[in-house]
Design a protein around this ligand. Structure first.
Ligand code: URA
Length: 241
């Protein structure tokens, strides 16, 4: 037995919150009867309809992509640019998947794609503080004091960022650039680029090494992807609870 809003979300019709609204609005029926309460549980054999359309059970899928630069982190792009979902379509994946969160057009690295709206909502919620590990090539050489500022939080667009882990990884021989590892759990637009800019080191290149403990081990080349194992999916589901 699963909660009705979860079943609707899994079928890819709407997010769990939007599914709750559909239920409250009287647009959902179970075995022909309108249900307007949120606590109702249904079994696989129950006939659920939204606006008179039967729900088809869609099995949830979970993929980890090593995102290349030059692709958009969404299912569609109004400017017609290539998206992360296009990469899967080219490989014959037909499920209606979308990325959990975003990486910028020019950022590479770990990105999860799924059709599980409920898990997406939970992992994206600031309350769950999912760790994301980035390696940034920045201009100049970062000082210990600047690393400390990043750890304590810097002001970006009027808001102080949450405490982060920050480490200098290496410095180029000409000292024009360095590599900084930053572990954060916030996910504001251009978060890492803005944090590093705030301490005087604009990002030249950005790569996400890890998302929620999932690394790119086994996916060395940009554009490669794999399915998450059932154990990895369980870990993600536990994180979001
Ligand atoms: N922070 C950024 O600035 N860009 C990304 O793509 C991800 C995090």
């Amino acid at each position: 037995m699963e909660r009705l809003q979860k079943v609707i979300a899994h079928a890819g019709v709407a997010s769990r919150r939007a599914a709750e609204k559909l239920i409250l609005a009287g647009r959902v029926t179970v075995n022909g009867a309108v249900v307007t309460e949120l606590g109702v549980k249904v079994k696989a054999s129950d006939q659920v309809e939204v606006d008179g359309q039967p729900l088809h059970h869609v099995a949830p899928v979970y993929y980890l992509l090593n995102k290349p630069r030059g692709v958009i982190s969404s299912a569609k792009d109004e400017k017609g640019r290539k998206t992360v979902v296009d990469l899967f379509r080219e490989d014959g994946v037909e499920e209606r998947i979308y990325p959990i969160g975003r990486l910028d057009y020019d950022t590479t690295g770990a990105l999860i794609l799924t059709n599980d709206g409920e898990l997406t909502n939970r992992l994206m919620h600031p309350r769950f503080a999912v760790d994301k590990v980035y390696v940034a090539k920045v201009k100049g050489v970062i000082t210990n004091d600047q690393l400390k500022q990043l750890r304590q939080g810097v002001v970006v667009e009027g808001h102080k960022t949450a405490p982060a882990k920050a480490k200098l990884m290496s410095t180029s021989p000409d000292r024009k650039h360095c590599l900084v590892k930053l572990t954060i759990h916030e996910g504001h637009y251009h978060q890492v680029k803005n944090m590093l800019k705030a301490v005087g080191h604009p990002v030249v290149k950005l790569h996400r090494e890890e998302y929620a403990g999932l690394t790119l081990a086994g996916l060395p080349s940009a554009g490669q992807w794999r399915k998450l194992t059932p154990k990895e999916v369980k870990v993600l589901q536990k994180l979001g609870k």
